[in-house]
Design a protein around this ligand. Structure first.
Ligand SMILES: [Zn+2]
Ligand SMILES: [Zn+2]
Length: 386
């Protein structure tokens, strides 16, 4: 690795920031203390502009380089998870039931490390927009920041983000030239029939029989409506009905998670899901309500930006530029819908997985993430000699 000396020299300071953030986790849009900590560091570094309160507690900060040029966006998420921490580390969460179990404390730290270096050295043209977003874990803070206009307001031309990835080789940076994470949609279906005595089913309209058939029929979305070369998951994850062995209930409900990698397959899955529910309900004489909730879209890298990011990463560490996609989801997808860019995974070696109560971000990896962000800016917007 060839981490810039000043970033390597900040390793202990970065560890201090990261462990402070880890001890003080905040959830969803309520990242006000985290944002105040970030803004205080950015002021110490002497960045040029700090815009707070975007998407409730988000920040966009600007560092000016040398002369005119485009603005590159670098994004870190700030929020924690509603988990009771079990690590037992000295810097463990001081708030019961809140925990940085996805390493967003580390993501903030890596972007702060890059900000400190970039504000000192300014060896780039144009500007850097440092994007600190709340509410990655389900509430779409990235979408809110995009909706509040950050891309146009700060004239951001392209965007990049990193997520740490346990149980991949320490320091390995990974990306690919297309979809890298899935969309996540959630369906809730309620079937309403007519309850009655279990001994006299002909006097009822049985939602249990209808539900069993429906769950079977939904399997054909993947097996009979989707090309074997495309990727789609339709998992029915809950079925609830009934309260006694001799009573046919009046109602049954279920939930499903639907995940895919392209807008086309995502749309097909929703259309088939709705049609199958309607058809099955009609055939059994039950009424059906569907709540089909569109969550995060697929995270789709722009091929040339992914290649550029991989090339920059390769000057620092080992790179896999064609890593297999992940079925998890990420709201950075909204930023990649708004602007070209790419998302990278950063391997952190063996240990507890993301969202585990035993997880802790690996501080030793933070200088590499900071160096990647910094080199990305210098390579994207180089200072021309003479
Ligand atoms: Zn997470
Ligand atoms: Zn995360």
């Amino acid at each position: 690795m060839s981490i810039p000396n000043s970033i390597a020299a900040s390793a202990e300071q970065m560890k201090g920031w990261r462990q402070h953030l880890h001890a003080h986790p905040e959830l969803a849009y309520d990242c006000h203390e985290t944002a105040a900590f970030i803004a205080a560091r950015l002021r110490e570094f002497g960045v040029d502009e700090i815009h707070e309160g975007i998407a409730t507690s988000g920040i966009v900060a600007i560092i000016n380089g040398q002369g005119n040029g485009p603005t590159i966006g670098l994004r870190a998420d700030m929020d924690a998870l509603p988990i009771i921490e079990q690590t037992g580390v000295p810097h463990a969460s001081t708030v019961t039931g809140k925990m940085h179990a996805c390493g967003h404390d580390g993501h903030v730290t890596m972007l702060l490390g890059a900000a400190k270096y970039l504000a000192e050295t300014r060896a780039f043209t144009g500007r850097v927009a440092l994007i600190f977003q709340p509410a990655e874990e389900g509430d779409g803070g990235a979408r809110t920041m995009v909706e509040e206009g950050i891309m146009d307001r700060f004239d951001i031309s392209r965007v990049f983000g990193i997520h740490n990835w346990p149980n991949k080789p320490l320091g390995l940076m990974m990306t690919n030239p297309g979809p890298i994470m899935a969309s996540v949609d959630t369906a809730t279906v309620t079937l309403r029939g007519k309850g009655g005595h279990g001994a006299m089913p002909h006097t009822t309209v049985d939602p249990v029989t209808a539900m069993v058939s429906l769950v079977q029929a939904l399997q054909t979305i993947v097996s009979r409506n989707t090309s074997a070369l495309d990727q789609l998951v339709v998992s029915v994850t809950q079925i609830h009905a009934g309260s006694a062995s001799n009573v046919i209930p009046g109602e049954a409900w279920m939930t499903a998670t639907i995940r895919s990698f392209t807008p086309e397959i995502r749309k097909l899955a929703e259309e088939r899901f709705r049609a199958i529910v309607a058809g099955q309900a009609a055939s059994f004489g039950v009424e059906a309500d569907i709540d089909y909730d569109l969550g995060y879209p697929p995270t789709i890298n722009h091929a040339d930006q992914a290649r550029f990011a991989a090339d920059v990463a390769a000057t620092l560490t080992e790179v896999d530029a064609d890593v297999p996609r992940e079925m998890g989801a990420e709201d950075f997808s909204y930023m990649l819908e708004a602007r070209p860019g790419a998302y990278m995974f950063l391997g952190t070696g063996p240990g507890a997985g993301l969202h585990s109560a035993n997880y802790d971000f690996k501080d030793e990896i933070a200088p590499l993430g900071a160096a990647f962000f910094a080199r990305l800016v210098e390579a994207a917007q180089p200072v021309r000699e003479g």
